[in-house]
Design a protein around this ligand. Structure first.
Ligand code: PLP
Length: 377
Protein backbone atom coordinates (compact mmCIF):
# COMPACT_ATOMS: atom_id res chain seq x y z
CA UNK A 1 0.00 0.00 0.00
CA UNK A 2 1.41 3.39 -0.97
CA UNK A 3 1.66 6.12 1.63
CA UNK A 4 -0.89 8.80 2.28
CA UNK A 5 -3.84 6.86 0.96
CA UNK A 6 -7.20 8.51 1.53
CA UNK A 7 -10.26 6.37 1.13
CA UNK A 8 -12.21 8.89 -0.86
CA UNK A 9 -13.57 8.84 -4.37
CA UNK A 10 -11.11 10.10 -6.99
CA UNK A 11 -12.96 12.21 -9.56
CA UNK A 12 -12.06 11.82 -13.24
CA UNK A 13 -11.71 15.60 -13.45
CA UNK A 14 -12.15 18.29 -10.78
CA UNK A 15 -12.81 21.71 -12.27
CA UNK A 16 -14.04 23.01 -8.91
CA UNK A 17 -10.56 22.81 -7.40
CA UNK A 18 -9.12 24.66 -10.41
CA UNK A 19 -11.73 27.44 -10.07
CA UNK A 20 -11.02 27.84 -6.36
CA UNK A 21 -7.35 28.43 -7.17
CA UNK A 22 -8.15 31.03 -9.84
CA UNK A 23 -11.28 32.50 -8.26
CA UNK A 24 -9.95 36.03 -7.75
CA UNK A 25 -8.57 36.32 -11.28
CA UNK A 26 -11.62 34.77 -12.96
CA UNK A 27 -14.20 36.72 -10.97
CA UNK A 28 -12.38 39.96 -11.75
CA UNK A 29 -12.20 39.09 -15.47
CA UNK A 30 -15.95 38.37 -15.57
CA UNK A 31 -16.75 41.60 -13.70
CA UNK A 32 -14.79 43.55 -16.32
CA UNK A 33 -16.87 42.04 -19.12
CA UNK A 34 -20.05 43.15 -17.33
CA UNK A 35 -18.57 46.61 -16.81
CA UNK A 36 -18.22 46.99 -20.60
CA UNK A 37 -21.31 44.88 -21.35
CA UNK A 38 -20.11 43.94 -24.83
CA UNK A 39 -20.91 40.26 -24.59
CA UNK A 40 -20.33 38.79 -28.05
CA UNK A 41 -17.07 39.24 -29.99
CA UNK A 42 -16.15 42.05 -27.61
CA UNK A 43 -12.64 43.42 -26.94
CA UNK A 44 -11.83 40.42 -24.74
CA UNK A 45 -12.28 38.12 -27.74
CA UNK A 46 -9.74 40.01 -29.84
CA UNK A 47 -7.36 40.12 -26.89
CA UNK A 48 -7.56 36.37 -26.37
CA UNK A 49 -7.17 35.72 -30.10
CA UNK A 50 -3.89 37.64 -30.05
CA UNK A 51 -2.68 35.79 -26.98
CA UNK A 52 -3.58 32.35 -28.26
CA UNK A 53 -2.08 32.99 -31.71
CA UNK A 54 1.15 34.06 -30.00
CA UNK A 55 1.04 31.01 -27.73
CA UNK A 56 0.80 28.73 -30.78
CA UNK A 57 3.42 30.69 -32.69
CA UNK A 58 0.86 31.54 -35.39
CA UNK A 59 -0.06 34.79 -37.12
CA UNK A 60 -3.81 34.49 -36.67
CA UNK A 61 -6.40 33.05 -34.34
CA UNK A 62 -10.14 33.18 -34.94
CA UNK A 63 -12.15 32.43 -31.80
CA UNK A 64 -15.32 30.39 -32.24
CA UNK A 65 -17.98 28.84 -30.06
CA UNK A 66 -16.68 25.25 -30.22
CA UNK A 67 -13.95 23.00 -31.53
CA UNK A 68 -16.50 21.41 -33.83
CA UNK A 69 -17.21 24.85 -35.33
CA UNK A 70 -13.46 25.35 -35.74
CA UNK A 71 -13.09 22.14 -37.75
CA UNK A 72 -16.23 22.92 -39.75
CA UNK A 73 -15.31 26.49 -40.69
CA UNK A 74 -11.68 25.65 -41.43
CA UNK A 75 -12.87 23.01 -43.90
CA UNK A 76 -15.42 25.38 -45.46
CA UNK A 77 -12.76 28.07 -45.80
CA UNK A 78 -10.50 25.53 -47.50
CA UNK A 79 -13.27 25.09 -50.04
CA UNK A 80 -14.35 21.59 -48.98
CA UNK A 81 -17.76 20.69 -50.39
CA UNK A 82 -20.02 17.84 -51.51
CA UNK A 83 -17.70 16.39 -54.15
CA UNK A 84 -14.75 16.08 -51.80
CA UNK A 85 -13.29 13.45 -49.53
CA UNK A 86 -11.42 14.27 -46.34
CA UNK A 87 -9.14 11.77 -44.64
CA UNK A 88 -9.13 11.41 -40.87
CA UNK A 89 -8.68 8.88 -38.07
CA UNK A 90 -11.22 6.12 -37.43
CA UNK A 91 -10.71 6.56 -33.70
CA UNK A 92 -11.39 10.09 -32.59
CA UNK A 93 -14.19 12.01 -31.03
CA UNK A 94 -17.09 12.04 -33.50
CA UNK A 95 -16.74 15.81 -34.13
CA UNK A 96 -13.77 15.36 -36.48
CA UNK A 97 -15.80 13.28 -38.93
CA UNK A 98 -18.99 15.25 -38.29
CA UNK A 99 -17.31 18.48 -39.41
CA UNK A 100 -16.42 16.80 -42.70
CA UNK A 101 -20.01 15.65 -43.16
CA UNK A 102 -21.33 19.15 -42.27
CA UNK A 103 -19.53 20.42 -45.40
CA UNK A 104 -21.33 17.79 -47.46
CA UNK A 105 -18.04 15.97 -47.96
CA UNK A 106 -17.27 12.32 -47.26
CA UNK A 107 -15.03 11.25 -44.36
CA UNK A 108 -12.45 8.69 -45.46
CA UNK A 109 -11.33 6.95 -42.31
CA UNK A 110 -7.90 5.48 -41.67
CA UNK A 111 -6.94 2.96 -38.99
CA UNK A 112 -4.86 3.76 -35.91
CA UNK A 113 -1.43 2.73 -34.71
CA UNK A 114 -2.03 0.36 -31.79
CA UNK A 115 0.86 1.76 -29.72
CA UNK A 116 -0.02 5.48 -29.84
CA UNK A 117 -3.67 5.36 -30.98
CA UNK A 118 -2.84 8.08 -33.50
CA UNK A 119 -3.51 7.72 -37.25
CA UNK A 120 -1.38 5.04 -38.93
CA UNK A 121 0.50 7.10 -41.49
CA UNK A 122 1.44 4.01 -43.50
CA UNK A 123 -2.27 3.52 -44.29
CA UNK A 124 -3.07 7.06 -45.44
CA UNK A 125 -1.89 6.72 -49.03
CA UNK A 126 -4.27 3.87 -49.85
CA UNK A 127 -7.17 6.08 -48.71
CA UNK A 128 -6.28 8.89 -51.13
CA UNK A 129 -8.44 9.18 -54.27
CA UNK A 130 -8.92 11.85 -56.94
CA UNK A 131 -11.56 13.40 -54.73
CA UNK A 132 -9.38 13.74 -51.63
CA UNK A 133 -8.87 17.36 -50.63
CA UNK A 134 -7.74 17.52 -47.00
CA UNK A 135 -6.12 15.32 -44.35
CA UNK A 136 -7.14 15.92 -40.73
CA UNK A 137 -4.64 14.30 -38.37
CA UNK A 138 -5.94 14.24 -34.79
CA UNK A 139 -3.43 14.79 -31.98
CA UNK A 140 -5.24 12.18 -29.92
CA UNK A 141 -5.02 12.16 -26.12
CA UNK A 142 -2.62 15.15 -26.37
CA UNK A 143 0.11 13.47 -28.41
CA UNK A 144 0.96 15.06 -31.78
CA UNK A 145 0.38 12.92 -34.87
CA UNK A 146 3.38 12.26 -37.13
CA UNK A 147 3.16 15.59 -38.92
CA UNK A 148 6.39 15.42 -40.96
CA UNK A 149 5.32 12.20 -42.67
CA UNK A 150 1.76 13.46 -43.11
CA UNK A 151 2.96 16.76 -44.64
CA UNK A 152 5.18 14.84 -47.02
CA UNK A 153 2.24 12.74 -48.23
CA UNK A 154 0.02 15.80 -48.48
CA UNK A 155 2.61 17.65 -50.57
CA UNK A 156 3.11 14.65 -52.82
CA UNK A 157 -0.63 14.44 -53.57
CA UNK A 158 -1.47 18.17 -53.47
CA UNK A 159 -3.61 17.88 -50.33
CA UNK A 160 -4.21 20.39 -47.57
CA UNK A 161 -3.67 19.61 -43.89
CA UNK A 162 -5.91 20.68 -40.99
CA UNK A 163 -4.73 19.69 -37.51
CA UNK A 164 -7.37 18.56 -35.05
CA UNK A 165 -5.55 19.95 -32.01
CA UNK A 166 -8.65 19.91 -29.79
CA UNK A 167 -6.85 17.68 -27.27
CA UNK A 168 -3.35 19.07 -27.68
CA UNK A 169 -3.00 22.73 -26.64
CA UNK A 170 0.73 23.26 -26.10
CA UNK A 171 1.92 19.84 -27.28
CA UNK A 172 5.15 20.08 -29.26
CA UNK A 173 6.99 18.50 -32.17
CA UNK A 174 10.74 19.14 -32.00
CA UNK A 175 10.07 21.97 -29.58
CA UNK A 176 7.43 23.73 -31.72
CA UNK A 177 3.86 23.87 -30.46
CA UNK A 178 1.15 22.26 -32.57
CA UNK A 179 -1.06 24.64 -34.54
CA UNK A 180 1.22 25.56 -37.44
CA UNK A 181 2.23 22.14 -38.78
CA UNK A 182 -0.82 22.16 -41.05
CA UNK A 183 -2.35 25.01 -42.98
CA UNK A 184 -4.67 25.52 -40.02
CA UNK A 185 -5.44 23.92 -36.69
CA UNK A 186 -8.68 23.54 -34.76
CA UNK A 187 -8.73 23.86 -30.96
CA UNK A 188 -11.53 23.26 -28.47
CA UNK A 189 -12.02 25.07 -25.18
CA UNK A 190 -14.71 22.70 -23.92
CA UNK A 191 -14.50 22.83 -20.08
CA UNK A 192 -12.74 19.46 -19.78
CA UNK A 193 -9.94 20.23 -22.26
CA UNK A 194 -6.44 21.18 -21.05
CA UNK A 195 -7.60 24.80 -21.19
CA UNK A 196 -11.35 25.11 -20.94
CA UNK A 197 -13.95 27.87 -20.89
CA UNK A 198 -16.96 28.03 -18.57
CA UNK A 199 -19.00 26.54 -21.38
CA UNK A 200 -18.20 25.83 -25.01
CA UNK A 201 -15.47 27.52 -27.01
CA UNK A 202 -13.01 26.88 -29.80
CA UNK A 203 -10.61 28.51 -32.25
CA UNK A 204 -8.85 28.14 -35.56
CA UNK A 205 -5.18 29.03 -35.62
CA UNK A 206 -3.38 29.67 -38.91
CA UNK A 207 -0.55 31.60 -40.51
CA UNK A 208 -2.76 32.32 -43.52
CA UNK A 209 -4.36 35.73 -43.06
CA UNK A 210 -6.79 35.20 -45.98
CA UNK A 211 -8.01 31.89 -44.57
CA UNK A 212 -8.47 33.56 -41.17
CA UNK A 213 -10.42 36.40 -42.73
CA UNK A 214 -12.69 33.93 -44.53
CA UNK A 215 -13.33 32.10 -41.24
CA UNK A 216 -14.11 35.43 -39.52
CA UNK A 217 -16.77 36.04 -42.17
CA UNK A 218 -18.21 32.54 -41.85
CA UNK A 219 -18.47 32.73 -38.04
CA UNK A 220 -20.62 35.84 -38.17
CA UNK A 221 -23.33 35.41 -40.84
CA UNK A 222 -20.93 36.28 -43.64
CA UNK A 223 -20.70 39.90 -42.53
CA UNK A 224 -17.85 42.30 -41.83
CA UNK A 225 -20.23 45.17 -41.37
CA UNK A 226 -23.47 44.67 -39.51
CA UNK A 227 -26.46 43.78 -41.75
CA UNK A 228 -24.28 43.55 -44.89
CA UNK A 229 -23.77 39.89 -45.79
CA UNK A 230 -21.14 38.96 -48.34
CA UNK A 231 -21.65 35.19 -48.09
CA UNK A 232 -23.91 32.83 -46.17
CA UNK A 233 -22.31 32.10 -42.83
CA UNK A 234 -23.13 30.78 -39.40
CA UNK A 235 -23.45 32.08 -35.87
CA UNK A 236 -20.31 30.50 -34.44
CA UNK A 237 -19.05 33.50 -32.44
CA UNK A 238 -17.32 33.27 -29.06
CA UNK A 239 -18.63 35.13 -26.01
CA UNK A 240 -16.57 37.84 -24.31
CA UNK A 241 -16.92 36.15 -20.91
CA UNK A 242 -15.46 32.92 -22.26
CA UNK A 243 -12.56 34.83 -23.83
CA UNK A 244 -11.83 36.71 -20.61
CA UNK A 245 -11.75 33.43 -18.68
CA UNK A 246 -9.54 31.82 -21.31
CA UNK A 247 -7.07 34.73 -21.11
CA UNK A 248 -6.73 34.08 -17.38
CA UNK A 249 -6.32 30.34 -17.86
CA UNK A 250 -3.83 30.64 -20.74
CA UNK A 251 -1.31 32.06 -18.27
CA UNK A 252 -1.45 28.74 -16.39
CA UNK A 253 -1.58 26.32 -19.33
CA UNK A 254 2.13 25.50 -19.49
CA UNK A 255 2.39 24.74 -15.78
CA UNK A 256 -0.79 22.63 -15.94
CA UNK A 257 0.59 20.71 -18.91
CA UNK A 258 3.88 20.20 -17.06
CA UNK A 259 1.94 18.82 -14.09
CA UNK A 260 0.02 16.47 -16.40
CA UNK A 261 3.32 15.21 -17.84
CA UNK A 262 4.66 14.53 -14.34
CA UNK A 263 1.53 12.63 -13.38
CA UNK A 264 1.69 10.69 -16.67
CA UNK A 265 5.29 9.68 -16.13
CA UNK A 266 4.38 8.54 -12.60
CA UNK A 267 1.59 6.38 -14.02
CA UNK A 268 3.79 4.94 -16.77
CA UNK A 269 6.63 4.09 -14.42
CA UNK A 270 4.33 2.12 -12.12
CA UNK A 271 2.04 0.54 -14.70
CA UNK A 272 4.20 -0.33 -17.70
CA UNK A 273 5.32 -3.72 -16.37
CA UNK A 274 1.99 -4.87 -14.94
CA UNK A 275 0.56 -8.01 -16.55
CA UNK A 276 -2.53 -7.36 -18.67
CA UNK A 277 -1.92 -3.59 -18.74
CA UNK A 278 -0.26 -1.74 -21.61
CA UNK A 279 0.75 1.90 -21.45
CA UNK A 280 0.76 4.09 -24.56
CA UNK A 281 3.93 4.97 -26.43
CA UNK A 282 5.05 8.56 -26.82
CA UNK A 283 7.03 8.80 -30.07
CA UNK A 284 10.46 10.41 -30.30
CA UNK A 285 10.68 14.16 -30.77
CA UNK A 286 7.24 15.05 -29.43
CA UNK A 287 5.86 16.10 -26.08
CA UNK A 288 2.34 15.02 -25.21
CA UNK A 289 0.17 17.26 -23.04
CA UNK A 290 -1.73 14.19 -21.81
CA UNK A 291 -5.23 15.50 -22.26
CA UNK A 292 -6.00 11.89 -21.36
CA UNK A 293 -3.87 9.20 -19.75
CA UNK A 294 -4.95 6.04 -21.53
CA UNK A 295 -3.99 2.46 -20.78
CA UNK A 296 -4.97 -0.69 -22.68
CA UNK A 297 -6.39 -3.56 -20.64
CA UNK A 298 -6.40 -7.22 -21.63
CA UNK A 299 -9.53 -7.63 -19.47
CA UNK A 300 -11.09 -4.19 -19.25
CA UNK A 301 -14.30 -5.30 -17.57
CA UNK A 302 -12.24 -6.63 -14.67
CA UNK A 303 -10.16 -3.46 -14.35
CA UNK A 304 -13.35 -1.41 -14.45
CA UNK A 305 -14.92 -3.38 -11.63
CA UNK A 306 -11.83 -3.03 -9.40
CA UNK A 307 -11.64 0.72 -10.12
CA UNK A 308 -15.31 1.05 -9.18
CA UNK A 309 -14.74 -0.86 -5.93
CA UNK A 310 -11.95 1.61 -5.09
CA UNK A 311 -14.01 4.69 -5.97
CA UNK A 312 -11.80 5.61 -8.92
CA UNK A 313 -13.63 7.40 -11.70
CA UNK A 314 -12.39 6.65 -15.20
CA UNK A 315 -13.34 7.20 -18.84
CA UNK A 316 -13.41 5.21 -22.07
CA UNK A 317 -12.15 7.20 -25.06
CA UNK A 318 -13.81 5.99 -27.18
CA UNK A 319 -16.04 2.93 -26.76
CA UNK A 320 -17.20 2.87 -30.42
CA UNK A 321 -14.94 3.88 -33.32
CA UNK A 322 -16.38 6.37 -35.78
CA UNK A 323 -16.95 3.84 -38.57
CA UNK A 324 -19.24 1.75 -36.33
CA UNK A 325 -21.33 4.67 -35.04
CA UNK A 326 -24.97 4.51 -36.19
CA UNK A 327 -24.66 8.19 -37.17
CA UNK A 328 -22.16 7.16 -39.86
CA UNK A 329 -24.01 4.07 -41.09
CA UNK A 330 -24.16 5.82 -44.47
CA UNK A 331 -20.41 5.24 -44.86
CA UNK A 332 -21.21 1.53 -45.20
CA UNK A 333 -18.54 0.18 -42.88
CA UNK A 334 -18.68 -3.05 -40.93
CA UNK A 335 -16.72 -4.55 -38.02
CA UNK A 336 -13.25 -5.58 -39.12
CA UNK A 337 -12.72 -2.59 -41.44
CA UNK A 338 -10.33 -0.86 -39.00
CA UNK A 339 -9.10 -3.61 -36.67
CA UNK A 340 -6.68 -1.48 -34.65
CA UNK A 341 -9.30 1.19 -33.94
CA UNK A 342 -11.76 -1.53 -32.94
CA UNK A 343 -9.23 -3.25 -30.66
CA UNK A 344 -8.51 0.14 -29.04
CA UNK A 345 -12.22 0.73 -28.44
CA UNK A 346 -12.45 -2.64 -26.73
CA UNK A 347 -9.41 -2.19 -24.48
CA UNK A 348 -8.74 1.50 -23.68
CA UNK A 349 -9.37 3.03 -20.28
CA UNK A 350 -8.57 6.60 -19.23
CA UNK A 351 -7.29 7.26 -15.70
CA UNK A 352 -7.81 10.56 -13.85
CA UNK A 353 -5.26 13.19 -14.93
CA UNK A 354 -5.35 16.94 -14.25
CA UNK A 355 -2.98 19.45 -12.68
CA UNK A 356 -4.85 19.44 -9.37
CA UNK A 357 -4.75 15.64 -8.91
CA UNK A 358 -2.96 15.09 -5.60
CA UNK A 359 -0.18 12.58 -4.90
CA UNK A 360 -2.57 10.71 -2.59
CA UNK A 361 -5.21 10.52 -5.29
CA UNK A 362 -2.71 9.28 -7.85
CA UNK A 363 -1.52 6.63 -5.40
CA UNK A 364 -5.10 5.51 -4.88
CA UNK A 365 -5.46 5.08 -8.63
CA UNK A 366 -2.17 3.18 -8.82
CA UNK A 367 -3.17 0.88 -5.97
CA UNK A 368 -6.42 0.03 -7.68
CA UNK A 369 -4.87 -0.68 -11.10
CA UNK A 370 -2.09 -2.72 -9.47
CA UNK A 371 -4.64 -4.78 -7.60
CA UNK A 372 -6.64 -5.34 -10.77
CA UNK A 373 -3.51 -6.63 -12.51
CA UNK A 374 -2.56 -9.06 -9.75
CA UNK A 375 -2.64 -12.61 -11.14
CA UNK A 376 -5.66 -14.56 -9.98
CA UNK A 377 -7.42 -11.50 -8.63
C1 PLP B 1 -13.31 17.99 -28.04
C2 PLP B 1 -12.95 17.56 -29.41
C3 PLP B 1 -13.54 18.12 -30.55
C4 PLP B 1 -14.71 19.04 -30.52
O1 PLP B 1 -14.63 20.11 -29.70
P1 PLP B 1 -15.96 20.76 -29.09
O2 PLP B 1 -15.44 22.04 -28.53
O3 PLP B 1 -16.50 19.85 -28.07
O4 PLP B 1 -16.90 21.00 -30.22
C5 PLP B 1 -13.04 17.72 -31.78
N1 PLP B 1 -12.07 16.81 -31.90
C6 PLP B 1 -11.51 16.24 -30.82
C7 PLP B 1 -10.42 15.25 -31.03
C8 PLP B 1 -11.94 16.57 -29.55
O5 PLP B 1 -11.40 15.97 -28.48
Amino acid sequence: MRQGKLNKTVPFLDLGVQYNQLKTEIDEAIAQVFAKSSFVLGPEVEKFEGEFARYCGANCCVALNSGTAALHLALLAMGVGPQDEVITAANSFIATAEAIAFCGATPKLVDARPDTANIDVSKIEEAITERTKVIIPVHLYGQPAEMAAIKKLADKHGLRVLEDACQAHGATINGTRVGTFGEAAAFSFYPGKNIGAAGDGGAVVTNDERLAQHIRLLRNHGSEQKYHHLVLGHNFRLDSIQSAILSVKLRHLDSWNQKRREIASGYTKELEDLPGIETMTVIDGVTSVFHLYVIRCADRAHVESVLKEHGINYGIHYPVPIHLQPAFASLGHSPGDFPNAEALSDSVLSLPIYAELSVQQQNQVLDAVTEAARPGH
